[in-house]
Structure formats: C-alpha cells, structure tokens
Design a protein around this ligand. Structure first.
Ligand code: NAD
Length: 442
C-alpha cells in the first residue's frame, strides 16, 4: 500500500471507490432524503452524479496531473532543466458541512487521495444517514491507515483539530472557519477554508425579467435555499420591481405548485434550531409571497420579503434558507451602499443585457465567483476555480486545482555540468558592471 509513491495504487483505490459509490447510489439518495427530504433529482444532480463525474475525471487525469511538469528555465542558470514536482502533503483532515453532505465530504477526499495523501474525514453530525453511508463506503474501499472517517459533532471535530495535520480542508460557516484557522496556525498547517457570506443578486432595467426569475427561483430554492452560493438578496432597479415580482411568484408556483408544502421537489430545513432561526427572520408585515411554516415538518415556504430594514436579522447575517429579500436601487451608489455593508461574498450575480454595466459590477466588487445572467451554475464547470475571498474563504478547488491544492509544489533546477559560468563566484572584483549588463539584457 504505497499511496505516496504509487500513482497506480491511488488510481485503483479511486476506481474501487467509484464502483462502491455507483453500487450504493440508491442508498445514498435515500439517506439524503431521510436526512432532510432532499429531492431525488437534486440528490442525483448535485451529490451522487457530481461526485461520480469528479471521480471519473480524476481517474482519467491522475497520471497527467501527478507528473513532474517541465518548465522554461531561467537563463541565469544556464545550462539547466527545471521542473515542478508535486509532493503529497501527508496527513490531511477534511471537515464537511451538512447542506451537500455527500458531495462536500467526498470531493475533497477524492482529490486528497489522488494527490497521494492519507485522509481523515469528519462528516456532518446533522446528516446522520448520509454520514453513516459515507463511513460504510469508505471502510469498504480503503485500508484504515489510508482513509478513515470519524463521525460526530463539535467534540470530535475539536479533538481532531487538536492533532497535528499536514493540510486541513474545511467547508462550513465563517465562525467555525476561524476556529479551524486558529487551530491550524498552531502547527503552521496550510488550510483551504470554504465558507459563506451574503451573496447579492443585482438586476438592472435591461434584464430579461422572466428568464431572470426562472433562474433565480431555481438557484435560490434548490436545497430549500440551504446552498452556500444561493442568491442571498435581490437588488433590483426600482422601476422593474413590480414586473419582476409577478414573474417570481409565477415561477415559484410553477416549480412547487399551489400547495408548496406538498411538493416532492422542495427540501426541508435541516433541524429545529435552523428552522427557528429562519422563521424569526420572517417579518409578516414584509411578506410578499410565502411566509408559511410548519415546525413539525421543518418546512418553510419559498418566501419573498419586501424591502426589509438593513439592520433586521434577515439583512444582517447569511440567510441560508428559502427566504429572499427584495431590495430596490435607483443609482449605482445605492448598490454600493448595500453591498459595502458586508464582507466579501462567496458568490455574486448580475442580471443585465448591458454588457458594460455587468462588467463594471463584476470588476468593481470582490467576491469568490459568480455569474452574469444566471445563478449557482459557475459551480458546475470543473475548469473554474471555486472558493471564496476574504471572509468567504481561503483557497479554491475543483478539477485539476483540487489535485494541486493537496500537493506541495516543489521547484527543482537540474543543473548541467558541461558548463560552469564563473561570473557569480567570489572574488567579485571587476564583475559587477558585467553582471549588471547581463541582468539588464535579461
Ligand atoms: P458549520 O461551520 O456549523 O459546521 C461545519 C463542520 O464543522 C461540521 O462538520 C461540524 O461538526 C464542524 N464544527 C461545528 N462547530 C465546530 C467547532 N466549534 N469546532 C470545530 N468543528 C466544528 O457549518 P454548517 O452549518 O455545517 O454549514 C453551513 C455553512 O457552511 C454556511 O455558512 C455555508 O455558507 C457554508 N458552506 C460553504 C460552502 C462552500 O463551498 N464555500 C459549502 C457549503 C456550506
């Protein structure tokens, strides 16, 4: 079992993982339903199929990604050939959240294994069914000294963070991200922190409102709004609001029916604590649509709120649920006043047919990633880095980048012995003018 040096071994274990996941796909989908009624379509699209596709891509490319990369040498070192070697960090800790509990646990694990590391995974305690099946699959696939799962809550997480790791990959809230960063600093352990934030969605007067409504409803209410890159609030040009609202209501009803609580396509809130947090964000006087809730079913309807105060709870913290505040603006300065109240968001969306307006917003504001004229879908392109900036996270992953973040990149110069230019050696007398001329020329 030489996972550090034997790329063939890593590839074989990933193939075995692929087989075991494919064989258990129905059980994983069922576990996700049992945890918070994640609809089958969403479970397949955003969890099992996403992981399977990531695995296939990794298996296909592992040799190419692992190979030392020859790079253009510096003339200063002539004659030499220069390489970047990718070295596994060693022992990696992956801590996962509950909202996409399969995908966000498995994807970093796959890349950490591909890059040649030992991995310990701590899945979320809030999705016990999914965590249990993850444990089963991992135990069936890997030797316990190679990949191991520790189920449990904060106590387990804290005990793991107290150990020394060579890399920590954390997905979760900003508050716990800070706890992880502090623990990592103790041993100068490098980290990736995939966190959250308040993601704005700006709609100007040139936007195709009907299409915007369709794409916003999907991105906001998938997983009942419990998505780190869901639009958190809308900022729409004042004159467009009435039309936009009617398209939004039409689209929500089309997606989830008139009896939304009966829809098989709408997930539930993860637990009572979050349900209460969300229900308390709904000011009945601001409800334009939805607003209904049921504590026993952990249900909250897709809800639109009209212009909540900026100092209300719903506009203070990340919503992370099916509540969408609709704010308006008249000038670009109004947009700035709202966005600049918050830390840099994980995602940012603009709906506009005005290319220069969209470009201006995308380049003016700092954010993890985003879309023009859509929501959430930037997540699906493996060639785009996925991650936050500032308080929404440190580092990015997906595709080859995931392999790369779990590898130390070792730069190596292989020097030729057939020539040894004397210029750099002491005594330096009379050499300075010549070396300056060479450096200027280079
Ligand atoms: P969380 O931070 O509460 O928990 C995440 C993980 O950390 C869990 O495994 C949990 O057991 C562990 N944990 C919780 N408290 C801890 C503590 N004090 N010390 C050590 N470990 C602790 O997050 P969550 O509620 O599971 O997920 C929701 C948050 O995650 C949202 O803020 C969301 O935006 C963010 N998120 C980000 C991404 C992303 O890719 N950037 C993806 C999904 C979720």
């Amino acid at each position: 079992m030489d996972y550090k040096n034997d790329i063939g071994y890593r590839k074989e274990t990933l193939k075995k993982l692929l087989y075991n996941i494919q064989k258990s796909e129905d059980l994983i989908v069922k576990a996700l339903y049992d945890d918070f009624k994640k609809p089958e379509f969403e479970a397949v699209l955003t969890e099992t199929n996403y992981v399977i596709s990531e695995l296939k891509d990794t298996i296909k490319n592992i040799h190419k990604w692992a190979k030392p990369k020859r790079i253009w040498p510096s003339l200063l070192n002539f004659p030499s050939t220069d390489y970047i070697y990718k070295e596994p960090y060693g022992k990696v800790l992956v801590i996962a959240p509950w909202n996409y509990p399969f995908q966000l646990a498995l994807c970093p694990l796959i890349s950490a294994v591909a890059a040649g590391n030992r991995v310990v995974l701590k899945p979320s305690e809030l999705t016990p069914h999914t965590s249990a099946i993850i444990t089963k699959i991992i135990q069936k696939t890997f030797h316990v000294n190679h990949v191991e799962v520790f189920e449990g809550g904060v106590e387990v997480s804290s005990a793991l963070l107290a150990q020394r790791w060579d890399y920590i990959f954390f997905t979760g809230s900003v508050a716990v991200g800070k706890v992880v960063a502090k623990a990592a600093a103790e041993n100068l352990t490098p980290v990736t922190l995939e966190l959250g934030g308040k993601n704005p969605c700006i709609i100007d007067e040139t936007a195709d409102l009907k299409l915007a409504a369709k794409r916003i409803v999907w991105g906001k209410f998938i997983n009942a709004g419990q998505t780190c890159i869901a639009p958190d609030y809308i900022l729409i040009q004042k004159n467009m609001k009435i039309n936009f609202l009617s398209f939004m209501m039409e689209e929500i009803t089309k997606s989830y029916g008139k009896k939304m609580e009966k829809s098989p396509d709408f997930a539930r809130i993860i637990n009572t604590k979050n349900w209460l947090r969300l229900v308390n964000m709904i000011d009945p006087e601001r409800v334009l649509f939805g607003g209904e809730s049921d504590a026993n079913a952990l249900y909250i309807a897709p809800t639109l709120l009209e212009e909540p105060a900026l100092d209300s709870a719903v506009m203070k913290e990340e919503i992370f649920g099916p509540i969408l505040p609709i704010l308006t603006y008249e000038t670009e300065d109004d947009i700035k006043k709202v966005i600049s109240r918050y830390e840099k968001p994980l995602a940012f969306y603009v709906f506009s047919d005005n290319k220069s307006f969209a470009k201006k917003l995308i380049t003016t504001y700092s954010f993890g990633g985003g879309c023009i004229n859509d929501t959430v879908v930037h997540f699906s392109n493996k060639r785009l880095p996925f991650g936050g900036v500032g308080h929404s996270g440190i580092g990015a992953y997906h595709g080859q980048l995931s392999f790369d973040i779990f590898s130390h990149h070792k730069g190596v110069v292989k020097k030729g012995n057939w020539l040894d230019l004397p210029m750099r050696y002491a005594p330096y007398k009379d050499k300075l003018a010549a070396i300056k001329r060479i450096l200027d020329w280079l």
